[in-house]
Structures are given as C-alpha cells and as structure tokens.
Design a protein around this ligand. Structure first.
Ligand code: ATP
Ligand code: MG
Length: 388
C-alpha cells in the first residue's frame, strides 16, 4: 500500500531525451510525494529493469525504436502484471491512448499538455486504480476457488450419498434372499413335520445352515469393507510358509474346481522362506481371485496360478480362459456389488474384488487386470516383500 511518505518508484520508457528531461523536472517540482525515476530508451531495457526490481508505475511512450504502438503493452503487462502503466502519446494520438487504456493501461497523458500537477495526479491515480483492480482480482480468484471447492465437496457428498444408498439396497437385497430361504425351509419343517421324510428334513436343515452361512459371510465382508474405509484394516505380519499356505487354499477350493472339471496349475518361483505375511489379508485376496477364476471359467478348462519373487516384491498371477470382463466393467471392478454384464447368470454378490482391493491396499500392493471378453482374464497382485 502506498502512503504519503513512501517513495514512488517510476520506470520511464521514452526514447526522446528532451521529453524525459521535462518529465523528470516536473517530478522534482512535485511537493506531495517523493519520486525516484529510472529512465530507459528502449522497451527491451524496460523489460530488463522490470525483471530486476519492482516499480510502482511505468510511464510508457508509445513510439519506441524497438516497439511501435500498442504492441509494447501486452509485453509489459506480461512481465509486471501488477504494475500500473500510464501511456504517453502525442497530441493527435488520443484514440490510440484510449485503446491502450482499454487494453490494460491505467491512464494516459498527452505530451505537451503535461504539467507537474497532471503528471503527479495521473501517477497517483494509476497506482490507486491498479491496486483496486488487483484487490478485486484477488477477491474474485478467492471466490472462484471457494466456489470450485464447494462444488467438488458437493459432488463428492452426492456421490457418497448415492453410493451409500445403493450399498444399503444391495445389501438388503442380498440378505433378503437367504432370509427367504430360511423362512421357507423353516415353514416347511414346521407345517409338514409328519409328512416329510428324514432325508427331506435333513435337506431343509442343510439349506437353512447354508443360508445362514451365506449371510454371516456377507456381513463379515461388509464389516471388512467398513473397517478398511475407516482406516482400521491394518496388516499384521507373521512368518508364514507361503508355498504351503497357497497349496492349502487350493486344497480348500479344489472341490469346486473338480465339480466344473477345471484343473488348477500352481507354480512357484523364488524363495519365500524368510518372508512375513498377513495370513488373513492374503487369504481374502487369493480365495477370491482363484475362486473367481474357477467360477467364471468354462467347464473342462484350466486355471494357472504362478507365484514369483522379485527383489522387493512377490507377484501372484492368476490366469483363466473363461468368460472375460468387458473394458467397461473393468473400470468398476473393485466397487462393492458391481457385477459384470456377462456374469448375471452366475451366482455372486459382487463383493469379492472390492474386498481384494481393500486388502491389497492395506498391504501397500497393487492389483492389475488384463481381460478380454470370451478370451479370459489375468489378475496380477504385486505385494511388497517383508523380510524377517
Ligand atoms: P462374490 O462376492 O461372490 O465374489 P462376484 O464374483 O460376482 O461375487 P467379484 O468377485 O467382486 O464378485 O467380481 C466382480 C465381477 O467381476 C464379477 O461379477 C464378474 O463379472 C467379474 N469377474 C471377476 N473375476 C472374473 C474372472 N476371472 N473372469 C470373468 N469375470 C470376472
Ligand atoms: Mg467373486
């Protein structure tokens, strides 16, 4: 901010020495303020000056040896956007001067008509006007930023709201199915106790148990996602025989594969002896991905599971030759309840990969998808190695 006592630094860009001398003389005579004036004769020198120090105002002649007319203006504004400019014009060039003001100069002075008073007044006016403009610009910018921030927050809140309501409706849908099964089977058992054979009864109990198991699993998965979202899903590593552990998971899943006549080929390359793993998170990752590979494979096909070791990472690559995932579905693959367009005839809730992603994130790893409809899918999980 300018005060009455501070020095006003003026840069005069004027090739006419007589004019320059006159202006200097006028400023000396001014009584309200102290002025310091640096005089250069070319635009080029003016720009150099501006890059070296800050000026309060520029007095600019519009006919310079290295720049004619208004072309000096944008160059100067570019170099010193917050420095006000007063243009100096000849008597019959007033139109040019007005155009200069339209293009960003703060004021103009007509040579020969200048006197000490008009010069000082114009300089002060230019500085004050530029300051107001500058403040307006800042207020405007702040306003723009605030509006942008608020809009982004609002969009995020709307997205979250929509996601939550979808989540709740999907969840209640997926809970209602097993609940209905339980209700139905329990009703049958209650009302037809005498008529039912032992085998039928057993069957109904089995259905009830399996429906309860499904519900419990779904609730576990939802709570795991909730934990991950609130940052509570942290990894707890222990020494683990990774090869044995992977074989165990394949063992648990092999009946499902057998039913579909899908063979699983497991290969391991590397030494994982001295490494630490989070058993729980790894189990979620592998069970879901290998489970999917089998589930979305065609009967009598193959699934390959290759575990390899790099210097700082372990790579789990699971490949199948099943129905594949479209590019569009790949974009949303890790969202809870998202199911592929081509997968609706196969049972599933769409929670598996959402959980996998949360587990991979909790382990600071990454997951890559490579898939083509009708060709097959490869999911690759890369996890950092933690050594003992
Ligand atoms: P679940 O919660 O029982 O795992 P889901 O298998 O449908 O249900 P995700 O495992 O999350 O859910 O998979 C999401 C979707 O991604 C699936 O519905 C399917 O469309 C697609 N998908 C996942 N893995 C494969 C795969 N190996 N081949 C083809 N499609 C796949
Ligand atoms: Mg799945």
């Amino acid at each position: 901010m300018m005060t009455a006592t501070c020095l006003v630094k003026i840069l005069l860009i004027e090739d006419n020495l007589a004019e320059a001398r006159l202006l200097k003389e006028f400023l000396k005579q001014a009584q309200t303020k102290d002025f310091s004036l640096v005089h250069v004769q070319r635009l080029r020198d003016g720009i150099t000056e501006l890059s070296q120090q800050k000026y309060d105002v520029i007095l600019l002649d519009l006919t310079l040896p290295d720049s004619q007319g208004l072309s000096s203006l944008p160059l100067l504004i570019n170099h010193a956007p917050s420095t006000p400019i007063v243009v100096l014009t000849n008597i019959n060039d007033e139109e040019l001067a007005i155009e200069a003001v339209r293009q960003g100069a703060q004021d103009y002075l007509v040579k020969r008509q200048v006197n000490p008073n008009t010069l000082v007044r114009s300089v002060q006016y230019a500085i004050a006007r530029k300051q107001v403009l500058e403040q307006l610009r800042i207020v405007n910018k702040n306003l723009e930023n605030t509006v942008e921030e608020r809009t982004a927050e609002l969009e995020k809140a709307q997205e979250l709201y929509q996601f939550k309501s979808e989540f709740v409706s999907m969840l209640s849908h997926d809970i209602r199915n097993p609940l209905n099964t339980i209700l139905l089977a329990a009703g049958l058992l209650q009302n037809n106790d005498e008529k039912l054979t032992q085998e039928k009864k057993l069957n109904h109990f089995k259905m009830i148990r399996s429906a309860i198991k499904n519900m419990a699993q779904l609730l576990d998965e939802v709570s795991l996602i909730g934990k991950a979202d609130s940052g509570k899903l942290q990894s707890q590593v222990i020494p683990l025989d990774l090869e044995y552990f992977c074989n165990q998971i394949l063992e648990d899943i092999h009946l499902t594969a057998l039913e579909k006549h899908v063979t699983i080929e497991f290969s391991i390359d590397g030494d994982f002896d001295q490494t630490l793993w989070d058993e729980n998170l790894i189990r979620h990752i592998l069970e879901n991905i290998v489970g999917n590979a089998i589930k979305y494979s065609h009967p009598h096909s193959q699934v390959k599971f290759a575990l390899t070791q790099q210097e700082k990472t372990a790579t789990f690559k699971i490949q199948d030759w099943g129905i594949g995932i479209s590019e569009e579905d790949q974009q949303q693959l890790f969202l809870p309840f998202h199911r592929g367009d081509n997968a609706h005839h196969i049972a599933g809730t769409g929670m598996g990969l959402a959980i996998v992603k949360k587990c991979v994130d909790a382990l600071n790893g990454e997951i890559l998808v490579d898939s083509q409809i009708g060709v097959g899918t490869t999911l690759t999980v890369i996890l950092p190695l933690i050594r003992k």
